[in-house]
Structure formats: structure tokens, C-alpha cells
Design a protein around this ligand. Sequence first.
Ligand SMILES: Nc1nc2c(ncn2[C@@H]2O[C@H](COP(=O)(O)OP(=O)(O)OP(=O)(O)O)[C@@H](O)[C@H]2O)c(=O)[nH]1
Length: 166
Amino acid sequence: MKTIEVDGIKVRIQIWDTAGQERYQTITKQYYRRAQGIFLVYDISSERSYQHIMKWVSDVDEYAPEGVQKILIGNKADEEQKRQVGREQGQQLAKEYGMDFYETSACTNLNIKESFTRLTELVLRAHRKELEGLRVRAGQELALAELEEEEGKPEGLANSSKACWC
Ligand SMILES: Nc1nc2c(ncn2[C@@H]2O[C@H](COP(=O)(O)OP(=O)(O)OP(=O)(O)O)[C@@H](O)[C@H]2O)c(=O)[nH]1
């Protein structure tokens, strides 16, 4: 669990790190079902991990809910000397899939906050209608509660905030 602030809204996010290995795939697929946002992560020092992204995307398309938000991540950006995947390759793949793209480093913290904030922002946007509905309903319930409180007061006091009981 982590709380971040996006557009003035405090959002509590639950993060699941799925296992990348083939033998855990049955479990991994179960994580997709309730996901609202997904980072597809490869390692910039591994061409193989980059090639695997296509497989991850097809799994996400198959098992994640429609409208799930996705961002492509090229991690280990601090390992420049071991780089096998160019930044442009990442950008190109992200473009093909219509995703945002970040190169990150868990070691130097490069783009970690930015990518989490961006994914949360995308999820919030995708759920804006539901969010607005919740806000309206909360406002209505508050107004109703205030009205009930006013009505509960003895006559003559209902509309006067200055009135006192003595
Ligand atoms: N240099 C560097 N190493 C990293 C970075 N992120 C993770 N690592 C290292 O990479 C190794 C694998 O990290 P994990 O977090 O286990 O990777 P994973 O993708 O979750 O692995 P699976 O559980 O097999 O899916 C560890 O030794 C980490 O310390 C990074 O940004 N830079």
C-alpha cells in the first residue's frame, strides 16, 4: 500500500509485483483480473526481457479488465554500460501499443515517482465518471444529513445558527 497525491486527490494504491517466471503464470494471471493499472517492465540490459513484452501485453489483453491502463517501463537505466535495448526501441514499442514510456532505475530512483504518479493519473482519468458520481453522492448525503440535523432541532432554531438552547 502506498499513498500518493494526484491532482490534489490523495490516492491509496495497492501494488502487486507478479513473478516473471513461466512456472508462476497461473497465479500471475489471477492478479490481472482486478488490476486497474499495469506496468510492463523490461530490463534495458536484457534484449530477451524486451522481447518478452509482447507476450506480457497479449496476456494482459486476455486476462486484465477492459480499460486497464498500461505503461511500458525500461528498468535498470543505471546500467548504461550493460545496455542492450536502446531508449528509442522502448519508445517505439510503447508507441505501437499506445502506452506511455519511462526508463527507470530502482537503484537511483530515476522516474519511479513520476511513473507511479502517471499511472495513477491515467487510472483516475479512466474512472473519472465513477469518481464524479461518488463525489456527487457524498455531497448529497452530506446535505441530507445537515437537513436532518436542522429538522431535528426545536422549532424556531432550525434556521438560526446563532440561536442557543438557553
Ligand atoms: N542495477 C539495477 N538493478 C536492479 C534494478 N531493479 C532491480 N534490480 C536488481 O535486479 C534483480 C532482480 O530484481 P527483482 O525485483 O527480483 O526482479 P523481478 O522482475 O521482480 O524478478 P521476478 O520475481 O523473477 O519477476 C535484483 O538483484 C535487483 O537488485 C535497477 O533499477 N537497477
